[in-house]
Ligand binder design. Sequence first.
Ligand code: UDP
Ligand code: MG
Length: 321
Amino acid sequence: MTQSQNPMLDTNLISIVIPAYNEQEVIDEFYRRIAKVLDGLSYRSELVFVNDGSTDDTIKKLRALKKQDGRVGIVELSRNFGKEIALTAGIDHAKGEAVIPIDADLQDPPELIPELLAQWEAGNDVVYATRLEREGETWIKKATASTFYKLMQNIGDKVSIPRNTGDFRLMSRRAVTAFCSMREQHRFLKGLFALVGFPQTAVYYNRDPRFAGLTKWNYPKLINLSIEGITSFTTAPLRLATYAGFVIAICAFTYAAFIIYKTLVFGDPVAGYPSLMTVVLFLGGVQLLSIGVIGEYLGRVFNETKQRPLYFVQGFDEPVS
Ligand code: UDP
Ligand code: MG
């Protein structure tokens, strides 16, 4: 699977892609709100839901929706693959001229879609929705998110990732084709979206708290996502290890020269167990850290070389429009 699977590309069709993992409480309300928006558009539309191995009644809800509305399509993954891959699967199955990924939990307001479309009609290939405020999120989450964006901004290689921007955005067909050509296992979507390039613009909105249910994120997951983001987009940590080694070597050399000089001139007896211990432990720590950093990258190389498919589809119930 190297390219997106859309044999019959359809102009005048807008694809909405919704990853859903245990979202039984929100599906109906989500559908109600998005259907209202889609009905008011001059485009035809399809709703590509991706059931990411939900263990609740999400799939039943989706099948019921499918019966009542032909625009609904269901991609059923063989197990839970995580949001990033679920979204990729959905985008692969979307046939529209413009593709809009959106969360099922109504944190991304469907009512923003006409604005996204307007910017697309104005000639933009990527229209991302940027949050003005993060309601219903703790200050710790806000602070860590902000630190992360700053970090990425400073070390990212040439691509700058828009701040306070999630996966909610509109992509033109050529942006989607570019996105789908990148099949790496370690998928940091915000980075991949940014890497695509093309004329881009932002639309601003207020992010609502989750409508119902619980967030699937927790801190260990968020930290992993950040490491994912950093290591799949920049080799800066490797360079940092090199710099650190260089600086420490210079310090060590200077210190050695100083000791030799001191011994020659004053003939001091050997002393300094504490300083010796400190230096040894410090260097040990730096070395382990650097090995860890190298290992992190090596692990990624290992995972990529296997070239496994990103996901397995259990069934695709196509939208009919
Ligand atoms: N999601 C998914 N697979 C997962 C986790 C989440 O498809 O393993 C979906 C989820 O159903 C929702 C979207 O990704 O539509 C965002 O998830 P969530 O609201 O938990 O994340 P947050 O908004 O806190 O970033
Ligand atoms: Mg959410």
